[in-house]
Design a protein around this ligand. Structure first.
Ligand SMILES: [Zn+2]
Length: 740
């Protein structure tokens, strides 16, 4: 049940591709959290980021011709004058604040913000030179920003209700309402009306290094001030945001139509081993088909080998262009031969201009990736404290330094447990590993209860969504929450009937509740819906504590979505116990752990490829698509050869570069393995603590500090791979003992 597929603040909802775009271009409200998780939505998770508000440096400020003149020299002169003036007014005690504040304002000031007189007047009026006025300012901004975030989120939630909830037909205008982002221009507005400058004049911007090294000693108020300032740490020009959004949209649509028609894959004997009409999106569906094929004892292996061949042709771009998303073409991925389809499984007519040749796809995969890179790079000059996309992802969004993250991935990849688990897989398969076995999915325990039994038990208990809502306090008490705390949390959760499978949508201000969207069929809730509801309820409980019980609303939330996912899985793992049934036994738990370990091993290599490719692009800014292709292949092979070839017995495999996220998600992949590590740490701590309730509340109230500091508070240790490795070692022993 860990399945930690993700971490991401999906800032809004639905069509998730769009929200990704919104995110990248710098959404203004950092944390509108909607969590639509569980199973199928791995692919849908948005990029996370506090990547937001971009900044403008003075170097580029001079661009605008139509505005009054204000030279850097004039600004500098004004700054020095003000520095002397404020110092004599407020005294030596304020010296550092005066200096920092002035520099921060100057850094972001553009000529259109006003001439030297406007600048000087602004500073004189808005510098809070004593503690009392600073306290007032802090409180006011905290309250106003909570109102702003909360109401913007409320609008978004209501505007997307028709689309999200089971409320009847969706009209075209409903989609437009759902797609509208009322907060899109907030940051621009705040620079224009100078509220952003008020913050920058009075509260210090911090670097990740400071947050990591000094953060543990900061007061909670200092943390809240750091988060306040951070909201205005970037001022990206609209045209740059647009260019990034365009690249994101283009790469998203390139990936969204990258389908393979499986019935039209033929082997050397001309056989079709996949069923008609099967159309798989790369890479998600292809990979999931490999996983499903372990259950097919007749053709599974042949199918898996064929899919691997298809994936390699996509990565190397030797795939014939006509074989992409076209049911009128038969393709042998081994010989690369293409022919007009000898059998039809689609009603769509063939394209009139369809010319069947095996001319390869012309490096479109790498052209698309290069366009992402070139667009992302446009923001670099406006982000002085994180001047590359790589910096922004690691230092701002994840808040885990790249080197530390890399070391954790390498710890998993080089663990002596890898060859041991590999051996176990070989024994279970009865054959040597093949490269596609990085997606081995056979660590499944038999179920104690049939799906029908579970469905019946759930439907009886929860015939309606209201029945579930009513039972929430009771469920929370079973999880160890005191009656009074259980009732308190339950009073902050509203259950809605979901149109899709279900999700949790937290609030952004304390006067609002969090929403649990769940699916209830006419004849009652089924087990699948219940399992999701329990997971989402975990999110709702976290959202309630981390908003309503955190000491400063500026710190509301968790460090990133991996943390809220970890907490939700703690709930989800208890779903059978909450039904009054017995929880999975030690053997099933052990198999699940081995599955998670193998998945983490696989995705860690994928993440390293993603990271190395972005570094290569930054090192080769003028690269051509074919050069990027060759570099990517080399990087994928090198990482394979180092960490996988020793257990797979085959070198130079390029499969690690197949993930579609690499092409459309701007360095998102490292989030996955870290999510697994965090889930294990939280779970280990829960086991240690014994009772979930009080421990859950204690963890969730920490709010949005750095991942390491949050984890220190939660478990006594920073984020690390140790918990996963320890659990895997125990699981191996359990499974091996059972086999003997
Ligand atoms: Zn979730």
């Amino acid at each position: 049940m860990r399945n930690v597929h993700l971490w991401a603040h999906a800032p809004r909802k639905t069509p998730v591709r769009r929200s990704r775009v919104a995110l990248r271009i710098g959404y203004s409200i950092p944390r509108i959290v909607l969590i639509a998780c569980v199973a199928a939505c791995a692919a849908t998770l948005a990029l996370l980021p506090q990547e937001t508000l971009m900044a403008q440096s003075t170097a580029t400020a001079a661009n605008s011709q139509s505005t009054p003149t204000l030279t850097a020299a004039q600004l500098n002169e004004s700054m020095l004058k003000l520095q002397r003036e404020l110092l004599s007014k407020y005294g030596e005690g304020q010296k550092a604040r005066i200096r920092t504040g002035l520099h921060q304002v100057v850094e972001f000031w553009r000529p259109e913000d006003g001439d030297a007189a406007v600048f000087e007047n602004f500073v004189r009026t808005n510098f809070a030179g004593d503690q009392a006025s600073l306290d007032t300012m802090f409180d006011r901004f905290q309250r106003m920003l909570e109102e702003l975030d909360g109401h913007m989120h409320e609008i978004s939630r209501e505007f997307s209700a028709q689309q999200d909830l089971d409320l009847g037909p969706i009209q075209r205008y409903d989609e437009v309402f759902a797609g509208y982002d009322p907060s899109a221009h907030v940051i621009d507005d705040f620079f224009q009306n100078k509220l952003a400058f008020v913050v920058l004049l009075n509260f210090r911007l911090t670097t990740l290094e400071e947050r990591i090294n000094l953060g543990p000693k900061w007061t909670r108020r200092e943390w809240a001030e750091a988060r306040l300032a951070e909201r205005f740490s970037k001022r990206i020009p609209a045209e740059v945001n647009l260019a990034i959004a365009q690249a994101a949209a283009d790469s998203g649509s390139y990936i969204a139509s990258y389908n393979i028609w499986m019935y039209h894959l033929v082997d050397d004997q001309g056989r079709r081993i996949f069923p008609p009409k099967m159309r798989l999106l790369s890479h998600w569906n292809l990979r999931d088909e490999i996983k499903a094929d372990y259950a097919d004892s007749a053709n599974g292996l042949a199918k898996q080998r064929m899919i691997q061949q298809v994936m390699e042709r996509i990565v190397t771009q030797s795939i014939p262009q006509v074989a992409i998303d076209d049911p009128h073409v038969d393709w042998n991925p081994f010989t690369n031969e293409v022919k007009p389809a000898a059998e039809q499984d689609s009603d769509a007519p063939a394209r009139a201009d369809l010319k069947i040749t095996n001319a390869p796809e012309p490096d479109a995969r790498y052209t698309t990736l290069l366009k992402d890179y070139r667009a992302a790079r446009l923001a670099d000059p406006y982000s002085p404290t994180a001047p590359t996309l790589i910096d922004r992802r690691f230092n701002e969004d994840r808040e885990i330094p790249e080197e530390r993250l890399r070391a954790m991935l390498e710890q998993v990849l080089t663990s002596p447990l890898v060859p041991q688990v590999a051996k176990l897989i070989e024994a279970r398969l009865g054959r040597p590993l093949e490269p596609f076995d990085v997606w081995y999915s056979g660590f499944r325990a038999g179920n104690k209860y049939s799906e029908a039994e579970l469905d019946a038990a759930v439907a009886k208990k929860y015939p309606t969504a209201e029945a579930y809502q009513k039972d929430i306090p009771n469920l929370l008490m079973k999880l160890g929450f005191a009656p009074e705390r259980a009732r308190y949390v339950a009073s902050h959760i509203i259950v809605d009937p979901a149109r899709g499978s279900g999700h949790a949508m937290g609030a952004q201000m304390r006067s609002e509740s969090s929403h649990l969207r769940t699916r209830v069929e006419k004849n009652g809730m089924n087990y699948k819906g219940y399992n999701i509801a329990v997971h989402e309820m975990g999110h709702n409980v976290e959202q309630t504590f981390s908003l309503n019980d955190v000491d400063y609303t500026l710190l509301q939330g968790v460090p990133n979505t991996a943390f809220t996912e970890a907490l939700a899985f703690v709930f989800q793992n208890q779903d059978l116990a909450l039904l009054g049934l017995s929880s999975p036994d030690a053997q099933s738990e052990a198999l699940k752990t081995l599955n998670d370990f193998w998945t983490t091993y696989e995705i860690s290599g994928v993440a390293l490829v993603d990271m190395a490719v972005w570094h290569w692009m930054y090192d080769h800014p003028e690269a051509k698509p074919e050069e990027l292709r060759d570099a990517t292949l080399q990087i994928a092979k090198d990482i394979w050869n180092r960490y996988y070839a020793p257990v797979f017995g085959k070198r130079d495999v390029v499969l690690l570069a197949i993930y579609s996220h690499m092409i459309d998600s701007f360095l998102y992949l490292p989030d996955y393995p870290i999510g697994h590590l965090i889930a294990f740490q939280v779970e280990e701590q829960m086991k240690k603590a014994g009772s979930i309730g009080p421990e859950f509340e204690r963890m969730a109230k920490m709010g949005r500090v750095t991942p390491d500091l949050w984890m220190e508070n939660a478990t006594g240790k920073p984020v690390s791979a140790d918990a996963l490795l320890t659990a895997t070692e125990d699981a191996l022993k359990q499974v091996q003992a059972k086999q003997q």
